[in-house]
Every structure is written in structure tokens, then in C-alpha cells.
Design a protein around this ligand. Structure first.
Ligand code: ADP
Ligand code: NA
Length: 340
């Protein structure tokens, strides 16, 4: 049996938003009550799409600040950035030799992110899922909280673990690992806002890379910006339905109700019990108040922390040291199993 451990990561690509908060960071905070957790700023993933990012260092600090401001305790859990622990790159190379090209060719996120000019995408973007598998399995993590968008990558992680366990079954058994060397990591996906959609287009997910600032609520938005964006959010002309079934075919309404539900820790059905038949103007006013109440303190704390770069850097250095201690033990065994 494997010791229960949670691992997850967020890319430091700027513009942290409500989707990252509800789909990931807020759940990281809750999980620390039950699990030992390792939360990683995945800076090596951040250069797969855009290579030179002059502000990368500050973007790494911003994600770190968001983790702490949201309530992750850096003394109890490990918070660090990926590039400081060399095991990620080393294990990713071995996993590049475990994973099959056919597996990689099925990854839908690569197709979305590479777009039409696939020949010109970086090899790193293509190999992103094996680096993600290495991130998780370097710590032999058993559970990974991620948004719906990462489910396929987690399946690949399990395939990599399984093939490594099978192909190296003899040396793994010799070393006394009865259940294989790597766990088959479980995804933790859930809650009413596992996927937060754009405020401008209910068919697209809220994303850092959307060129419209009105498509997302950034975690550092102040009360005025939050209010403006919610008031301008796209809706349809009908009042809210009184039951969840009435949200079908109304993606914008469903998204706003889902956000309200997630921020108030209720279900969509419960929210509609209060707001059924309300006009959007009234519902949006309530959503503004709730969003400002829940996000305002986090944004303010992020700004305070970001002003203290030395503190943020010390958290990352200390976390990297603790992560490296675990990673080095895994890599020593992996090298031995492979036969290096
Ligand atoms: P992005 O997808 O915006 O580039 P990341 O890839 O760094 O962000 O994702 C960080 C975490 O936030 C992941 O666990 C991802 O599943 C989650 N996430 C990102 N966008 C959303 C969204 N719109 N709704 C819910 N979760 C999201
Ligand atoms: Na993502």
C-alpha cells in the first residue's frame, strides 16, 4: 500500500483567475485537512507554449502568493517550484521512454493548445503529459486534485505508472515493492464549479490566455473590477429557472449559478431555490456581493505578499529543499530499477 499523498500544480503563466481558484487552489486548501500535500508552481510547464517570458519570476511569485493567501500553510504542506528540483526533468526523460507515441497522439489538450500550426509547436508542449506524470510520480502521490480539463493527462499518468511497474516487474519485486513501484494515482475532480466558463462565452472555459479581460475574474481584481465584470457578463433574457433542469441549454446562466453555488458552498439546486424566477440584474448584484466577500480578502493578501519577494522566495527555497529530499530518494531507486 502507498502512503496517501496529494500532489498538484499550477502554471505561473500570469492572470490567475476564478477558475483556477474554484477548480484547483480552493480545493488544495480543503485537502490539507485530510492529507499531506505537495503544491507545485510548475514553471517548467510554463515555457512549453511561450518560451521567453520576461516576467516569469514574478509570475512564479504570484502563484505562490495565491497558494498562501488562499490558506495553504507553507509550514505544514510543501509549496515549491518545479525547476528547483532536478528529479522532475530526470524522471520525465525516463517516462518519455515509457510512454508510447500513440498515447501522446491521443492527448486533446495538445491539439487545442498547438492549434493549426502543429508543426511549429514545441516538443515540450507535446511532451507536457510525461512531465506532468513525472511531477506526480516523483513523490508517488496517490491523489491529484485537478479540473476536468486535466483528466486525460491523469489517465496517461496511470498508464505510465502501470507500464513502468510491468516492464520493470522483476527489479521492483526484488526491492520488495509488492504493489509495484508507482501508485495508480486517483484524480479528485468535483464540486459545482469543476469547470468555470468564460463570462463572455459560455462555451469556452475561463482561461488565463483569453485575450478579453472581461472573460475572467482575476484573483487580484479589486471590488470595482469584479462588479464591472459580473455586471457585463453575458446572459440570456429569461429570468432564472426555479429548478436545475431549467439551466439546460443556458450555459451562461448555468455558469453564473455554478459560481454562486461554489462560492457559497451550496448546490445549484439550493441556489435556484433562493433565486428561481429572479431577474439577472438582481442575481448578478447578489453574485457581486458574494464574490467580493470571498475573493476580496484573498486578492488583498496576495498583493501584500507579492510586495515581500524575499519572503515568497524563502517559502519556495524551503519547500524545494523538502521536496528534493523525497525526490532524491525516489530517483535513487528509479535509477537502480532501470539499471543505471
Ligand atoms: P490554465 O488552464 O488557465 O492555463 P493551469 O493549466 O495552470 O491553468 O491550471 C491550473 C489548475 O486550474 C488546473 O488544476 C486546472 O484544472 C484548473 N483550471 C484551469 N482553468 C479552469 C477553469 N476554467 N475551471 C476550473 N478549473 C480550471
Ligand atoms: Na489547464
Amino acid at each position: 500500500a502507498f502512503k496517501e499523498l496529494v500532489f498538484s500544480g499550477v502554471q505561473p503563466t500570469g492572470n490567475l483567475h476564478l477558475g483556477n481558484y474554484l477548480g484547483a487552489i480552493r480545493r488544495f486548501v480543503a485537502l490539507q485537512e485530510t492529507y499531506d500535500c505537495i503544491y507545485c508552481v510548475v514553471d517548467m510547464h510554463a515555457i512549453t507554449a511561450e518560451l521567453y517570458q520576461p516576467d516569469l519570476k514574478n509570475q512564479i511569485r504570484e502563484v505562490t502568493a495565491a497558494f498562501i493567501a488562499a490558506g495553504i500553510d507553507p509550514k505544514k504542506q510543501i509549496i515549491f517550484n518545479q525547476s528547483q528540483v532536478s528529479g522532475h526533468a530526470e524522471l520525465a526523460w525516463i517516462f518519455n521512454c515509457v510512454a508510447r507515441i500513440g498515447w501522446m497522439n491521443r492527448m486533446t489538450q495538445f491539439k487545442e493548445k498547438a492549434g493549426k500550426d502543429r508543426e511549429n509547436a514545441s516538443l515540450g508542449l507535446y511532451a507536457y503529459p510525461t512531465l506532468m506524470a513525472a511531477d506526480i510520480l516523483l513523490y508517488r502521490a496517490t491523489h491529484v486534485p485537478v479540473g476536468e480539463d486535466q483528466k486525460q493527462h491523469l489517465e496517461l499518468t496511470r498508464d505510465v505508472a502501470q507500464k513502468f511497474n510491468n516492464d520493470f516487474a522483476a527489479p521492483i519485486a526484488e526491492r520488495g515493492h509488492e504493489d509495484g513501484f508507482f501508485p495508480l494515482t486517483e484524480p479528485l475532480i468535483g464540486g459545482p464549479a469543476a469547470r468555470v466558463m468564460s463570462l463572455r462565452d459560455g462555451s469556452k472555459k475561463m482561461s488565463k490566455s483569453d485575450p478579453s479581460d472581461f472573460s475572467r475574474i482575476n484573483l487580484t481584481d479589486d471590488a470595482d473590477a469584479i462588479a464591472q465584470k459580473i455586471r457585463k457578463a453575458k446572459t440570456d433574457p429569461e429570468p432564472l429557472p426555479s429548478e436545475e433542469a431549467g439551466l439546460a441549454g443556458r450555459p451562461e446562466a448555468e455558469n453564473l449559478v455554478g459560481i454562486y453555488a461554489a462560492l457559497s458552498d451550496r448546490t445549484k439546486a439550493e441556489v435556484l431555490r433562493d433565486f428561481g424566477n429572479a431577474q439577472f440584474s438582481a442575481f448578478k448584484a447578489a453574485l457581486v456581493d458574494l464574490s467580493v466577500e470571498k475573493l476580496g480578502p484573498i486578492g488583498a493578501e496576495m498583493k501584500r505578499l507579492k510586495a515581500d519577494a524575499a519572503y515568497i522566495d524563502s517559502v519556495l527555497d524551503e519547500g524545494s529543499g523538502r521536496a528534493r529530499a523525497i525526490a532524491d530518494r525516489t530517483m535513487a531507486e528509479v535509477k537502480d530499477i532501470v539499471g543505471f
